[in-house]
Design a protein around this ligand. Sequence first.
Ligand SMILES: *Cc1c(COP(=O)(O)O)cnc(C)c1O
Ligand SMILES: [Zn+2]
Length: 394
Amino acid sequence: MRCIECGFQSELDQKMITCPRCGGIMEISVKLPSSFSFSNLRGRGVWRYSQAIAGNYKKIISINEGGTPLIRTRTGKEVYFKFEGANPTGSFKDRGMTVAISSAVNEGYKIVVAASTGNTAASAAAYSARAGLRIYLVLPKDKVAIGKLAQSILYGATILEVEGSFDIGMKAVIKLYKEMGLVYPLNSFNPWRLEGQKTIAYEITEEIGVPDYVFVPVGNAGNIYAIWKGFSELMNLGIIDRIPRMVGVQAEGASPIAKAIINNQEAPQFVENPETIATAIRIGKPVNWKKAMKAIKESQGTAIYVNDAEIMEAQRELARTEGIGAEPASVASFAGYKKAIEQGWVDRDNKVVMILTGHSLKDPDSMIRSSARRIVVNPDHLENIILGDLNASS
Ligand SMILES: *Cc1c(COP(=O)(O)O)cnc(C)c1O
Ligand SMILES: [Zn+2]
């Protein structure tokens, strides 16, 4: 384990979450056994890759997360959607949560805490329930999509609401963790979570080999790093000979990392009041920005931003041409891909995977905003509508 701020190094220590010297973010480096081979693996989902997941797990808390569909576009091109909405609570957060909650249980914690824009909350609440842990969620008041809030309530979490943005909740959780060692934090500054999320890369590689590009919606920026880490580990072992270019996609009103990459700056300028309809990436101060910028640079990738109109259009297009429903933050990857094609730096013949991070049902309000024909009818004469349409189109 190594601190990305001060360089402090340690043997693997499952209790270690932030740097004991400076409080910075830790990286976990994993060396896969040289015998690692996809053909020897058993089971499906995150724990199929347990040889690659750092740490010891006497007990694993799992709800069969991972193993999500990689759906090829109907155009027949080598373009795929990794549908993370198919996870048990409807987002990729479950991949990280199974590892983090299992770690917490193995280390003897009884209380867990997370700040969240919603999906971490829903996932943490479900896994805590399964593990029998007490959970406190810190949510931005009135800023959480209704599906996610409803899940957190259903799974029985205690919900602490704060005025303002997610970033305020995140700061409060970091402070609590540092002052009160008995609570286990489940946010993505916890590097153990990313050990689970990296299995997205393992699944993609096992199914279709190495893509040219992977498009990832970026909020707190843990996931893009986790996916890059997965590909890097496979390359270091010689299982693959290159890694995909990682493309981070942010929402325009919350795009500190994309702007730093575009303007060639060393560090992002944080956004005080992030705004976007894509609430899961409505984050102004991404805690994992250093890790994300490393992943983007080392993969020779890039980052871009898309506006809310482009996000909503992408959500509709994905639903109405591919039959896939994803929440607004999730389709930032698709909106970003469309923009990259338009700008000409990605070709339609490139092999591309877009990560669709969460399910459309998470945010019903966003779906209902789409236009649809809804007609009050006489139930005895439905044929009038259809005949009228046929006439109009002939
Ligand atoms: C958490 C989340 C993201 C952002 O992931 P980060 O690791 O914070 O960058 C994107 N989309 C959805 C649906 C999420 O739940
Ligand atoms: Zn440090």
